[in-house]
Design a protein around this ligand. Sequence first.
Ligand code: HEM
Length: 123
Amino acid sequence: MSEEEVYTAIGKDGFQRLIAAFYRQVPGDSILGPMYPKDDMEGAEYRMRTFLIGRFGGPPTYIQERGHPRLRMRHLPFQVNQEARDRWYRLMSNALDETKLPAEADAILRHFFDGMSSFMMNS
Ligand code: HEM
């Protein structure tokens, strides 16, 4: 399976369930909770979901609405150190465990999140 085929394999529903499972853990998290916008968690969930859908072969809604992702730049306002990176990746791994996507899609996403979360570190 190529990265572009992940959307065909798991659909909007797969991304919806995965990202909901991730954000369900965020508000109560000691490191990530304070970083995310309490009054706009639905918006944060939507931005992450549409980004991933576009990145993995689905409709390009994120780029249409937000422009080029430039994710490292967009994360500069937040202190993403090793601890924050590891916590983010842990919560996303939990979300993948819970969502039980088909094995190939799960492996591609896990690998992507591992690399991207390290790439996002800025302190
Ligand atoms: C490594 C630890 C990370 C931390 C602490 C972190 C934290 C945050 C925070 C606090 C926001 C703002 C929430 C919002 O209002 O949208 C955000 C936005 C976002 N993050 Fe992360 N993030 C991390 C890693 C990642 C990774 C690995 C990805 C991609 C796989 C990602 C994708 C995004 C996207 C797409 C947005 C929305 C950007 C926008 O359009 O404004 N983040 N992140």
